[in-house]
Design a protein around this ligand. Structure first.
Ligand code: ITT
Length: 219
């Protein structure tokens, strides 16, 4: 069992959620920003070139484990909308630019991503607007014999079911990030992800479910 873990993500919202979710474990948890403050950075974000959440989570976990020499937890997550054939999927964070990183600020990107999903679902009735967040987590660590070749210690997947709301009722809510303001949480579809208190989202979310499964493996 490992006793420390680096949360290897450039997304500050994910860091906050994962810190909270991992707090009961007693693991020493540090973010990339913490390591940078200790003079161990900077850490370039690896290109997410995989075609599945699994591929991208592994790409990130391996890149950061190599770079830091420490056990690293990376996740790849995104929104899967059934009526859009599974899009935005692995390009969720840059859907508004078809997956390209055009240097937009995170908040601006989130707004444009949401607008694109709503536009593409225009005219689709509520029961056909089913969607889910998916999260795949991978913990990788440098191998004892060959530190430049990381190995996977554990991996897990979690999902969070809902529907995409219809404007002007969405976007709404002030918590969370990304697609939360347009995502109506199952089973009653009355609140968006951005209307859940952080503790509530952290008990239900795809990231929480993946993390719980991952902790079972780590134990
Ligand atoms: P890292 O790669 O550095 O971890 P990222 O934000 O780019 O950060 P992903 O590649 O995993 O992360 O993309 C995930 C995107 O999916 C994220 O930017 C949101 O648009 C969306 N997303 C994931 N989890 C979400 C959540 O809990 N609520 C709302 N949107 C979410």
């Amino acid at each position: 069992m490992i006793d420390e873990l680096v949360i290897a993500t450039g997304n500050p919202h994910k860091v906050a959620e994962l810190r909270e979710i991992l707090s009961p474990t007693g693991l020493r948890v540090r973010s990339l920003a913490d390591l940078e403050q200790q003079g161990l950075g900077p850490f370039d974000e690896p290109a997410e070139t995989g075609s599945t959440f699994e591929d991208n989570a592994q790409i990130k976990a391996f890149a950061y484990a190599r770079r830091t020499g420490l056990p690293c937890l990376a996740d790849d997550s995104g929104l899967v909308v059934d009526a859009l054939g599974g899009r935005p999927g692995v390009i969720s964070s840059h859907y508004c630019t078809d997956g390209r990183d055009d240097g937009l600020e995170r908040e601006q990107r989130d707004r444009l991503n949401n607008a694109r999903v709503l536009r593409e679902l225009d005219g689709v009735p509520p029961e056909q607007r089913t969607a889910r967040f998916v999260c795949v987590m991978v913990v990788a660590a440098p191998a004892a014999q060959s530190p430049s070749e990381p190995i996977i210690i554990a991996s897990a997947r979690g999902t969070f079911e809902g529907r995409i709301g219809i404007p002007p009722a969405v976007p709404r809510g002030s918590h969370g990030f990304g697609y939360d303001p347009i995502f109506l949480v199952a089973p009653d579809f009355t609140r968006t992800g951005a209307e859940l208190a952080p503790e509530e989202k952290n008990a239900l979310s795809h990231r929480a479910r993946a993390a719980q499964a991952l902790l079972e493996h780590l134990r």
